[in-house]
Design a binder for this molecule. Sequence first.
Ligand code: UGA
Length: 433
Amino acid sequence: MKIAIVGTGYVGLVSGVCLASLGHQVTCVDKDFTKIKNLRNGVIPIYEPGLSELLKKVENNINFTDNLGDALIGCKAIFIAVGTPQDEDGSADLKYVIQCAEEIVEKSKDDKVIITKSTVPVHTGEKIKKITDSRKDIKFYIASNPEFLREGCAIFDFINPDRIVIGSNDDYSKDILLEIYSSFSIEKIVTTDIATAELIKYASNSFLATKISFINEMADLCEKTGASIKNLSYAIGLDSRIGNKFLNAGPGFGGSCFPKDIMAIVNMSKKYDCKLSLIESVIDSNKIRQEKMSKKIVAILDNQLSNKNITFLGLAFKGNTDDTRYSPSISIIKKIARNNCIIKVNDFQALENAKKDLAEFNNIRYHQDPYEACTDSDLIVIATEWNEYSKLDYSIIFSKARDKKILDLRNILDGEKIQKIGFKYFAIGKKND
Ligand code: UGA
């Protein structure tokens, strides 16, 4: 099918390339012509494992343009995948979605299904419907198809979805979406109305964020009581009603989705006079998490940060991405860097983004090599769960570090091994000896 996607950000680009891999003829549209030019040359603006390889494979099924009118010619379905940034009050700012819908309505020359892929508040579909009502000569159908891709493994997630949600209030748009996803097993597909589809996305992210905050609070309790979060998390995860995913304690959740989406759902619910006190408490719990982590660092350094070298391994909000938006690592560094200390940082993909986030500080040293970042260090903080950090040779690091202390905020190292090398090892959810 001929499909257009507006927005070549993370969601739009990954979805576009993956839809092309299903055999559809996809046109990706973006106003940023430099981005379009780069994409035409196979240059991807984000780090996502496997994406540039897949783009190369599907190059005959995909093209890139800054001209929406051209993209609309002959396409039956158009996805809106533009950003919904956080407004000052925490709500989702719909200005790009609305602008995009207006332009589609203005430039279309034949009937179309307009599908929102961006995360949008409940009843955004109705807002789009009102815009389309201005054209009497063409029929527009509205649908919602939220995405559940995780950065870092988005292609795997697209090809192996837990579910595909199709929200529609009419049979035509439902059938078009069923056709788009016809290569997936029908059991994976949930069809529902538009409002429910819109809300499913927020409910999923809120639930996952709640799970993380829950396990982080359990980690605090383990630290106080001497219990082990690793064993606790493993044991509760064996209960199939709980499930073993998203039970890794850490420095709190970050990224461009959870923090923004839980604020937005709380804000949205207020408008319907419905208080979501559980999700409100998740917002608070995650906010104080990073404060707690920086206090941990200060305590390990005996309240003396002056002239100390503190290493941060990991700057991205999680492993396998270059994304530093709402990264717990960046937020903790900002708190620590205000002291008279040197912060030595490393990340495998996020150094450039972090330089922008931390531009206000002149006591941060950026290292491409993790071993160099650990040289003369008084404390090594593992802040992002890059797999590579668990594979470093810690006996080499031991010989390079000044004071021999590691704080593993992601619990990715084998504590016993690290202690045998001679390090003082601090983890999350484990009483320190
Ligand atoms: C999240 C959802 O997982 C996707 O399903 C969704 O499509 C996406 O948001 C979105 O709304 O676009 P993502 O933000 O890429 O995906 O990242 P996650 O893998 O969900 O991780 C989010 C945060 O939670 C990270 O900071 C991560 O380190 C943290 N986390 C995750 C934990 O602290 N513990 C865990 O057990 C799992």
